[in-house]
Design a protein around this ligand. Structure first.
Ligand code: NAD
Length: 295
């Protein structure tokens, strides 16, 4: 059977359209969901991410406020700003774009955000709730992955999912999501990381293989079980002089090598990437609903 190419752009558009409907329902009840995005410094990738989040809000009917600070802003000033946003009843989501400059403690900043407004799902309260299966705001990138799989008609329950990577942003929350009960989870979960011995042995057992490593084209065909669903979270810039920008984006999976072996696979770009912003829209609407106790 031909390999299914999982179309992240199409599924993200579906999810954004659902978020738009949910936002307009809240607006009809007198509440416009509002997301504040805080950008510190001039990092070009962070600026681009913030731009795409603000644009998505406009398209979804979510009010967005972008607050920018110079790279040398003090941590105390940023904390004060977060306190003000936490107290502002018209704000439902607060996102501080990471990474922060080196003089700031990212964990302390993350913990300062009111967990009910933590649309990135990184606050330890939300991390804890996710791990014990209490409904909460969960990290956007891993939360989008079961959506992509299930909406592509692929069963997840009972499957063996192998995650490569144990970051707090992708790998660990991915494990927590996959192990829960429910049709978008209920997997047997293995987590591999830089300390894993004989990585290929583990990845070859995967019905669902999720790569979040940050190494260009790391996963090769001989690491993949024939027919597996392969989800590539990686976004890596590699030099390409034939492109005007001088680089191209590739994933953590060698797409050309793996695609013939896989049953289904996400491309880069156009796979997991667009889902992250779509799930942020969903999370913002969810936060607005929870905070205002509207359903
Ligand atoms: P990270 O650097 O924090 O974590 C990488 C993980 O890979 C680590 O836990 C490490 O143990 C593991 N690893 C590294 N080398 C390994 C090896 N040789 N064998 C096995 N495991 C190994 O990265 P991250 O923040 O989790 O991001 C991973 C990738 O996903 C990056 O390419 C990043 O750009 C991308 N990303 C994409 C999105 C999106 O929206 N699509 C969001 C977040 C991250």
């Amino acid at each position: 059977m031909a390999t299914k190419i999982i179309d992240g752009k199409k599924i993200a558009a579906e999810i954004r359209s659902e978020a738009k409907d949910e936002a307009s329902e809240l607006i009809s009840k007198g509440v416009q969901p509002c997301l504040v995005v805080v950008l510190v410094g001039e990092d070009p990738a962070s600026k681009a991410y913030v731009g795409s989040k603000v644009k998505a809000c406009t398209e979804t009917g979510i009010k967005s406020i972008k607050i920018t600070h110079a790279a040398d802003v003090s941590e105390a000033a940023l904390m004060q700003e977060i306190d003000r946003l936490n107290a502002d009843e018209s704000v439902h989501g607060i996102l501080v774009q990471l990474p922060l400059p080196k003089h700031m403690d990212e964990d302390a900043v993350t913990e300062r955000i009111d967990p009910s407004k933590d649309v990135d799902g990184f606050h330890p309260e939300n991390v804890g709730k996710l791990s014990i299966g209490i409904d909460c705001l969960t990290p956007c990138t891993p939360t989008g992955i079961p959506e992509m799989i299930v909406r592509s008609g692929i069963e997840m329950s009972g499957k063996h999912a192998v995650v490569i990577g144990r970051s707090n942003i992708v790998g660990k929350p991915m494990m927590s999501l996959l192990v829960q009960k429910g049709n978008k989870a209920n997997c047997t979960v293995t987590c591999c990381h830089s300390g894993t011995k004989d990585l290929s042995y583990h990845t070859q057992q995967a019905d669902i293989l999720i790569a979040a490593i940050g190494v260009p084209e790391f996963v090769k065909a001989n690491m993949v079980k024939p027919g597996a669903t392969v989800i590539d979270v990686g976004i890596n810039r590699v030099e390409d002089t034939s492109k005007a920008k001088g680089y191209k984006l590739v994933g953590d999976v060698d797409f050309a090598d793996v695609e013939p072996v896989a049953g289904a696979i996400t491309p880069v770009p156009g796979g997991v990437g667009p889902m992250t912003v779509a799930m942020l829209m969903k999370n913002t609407v969810k936060a607005a609903r929870m905070i205002t106790a509207l359903s």
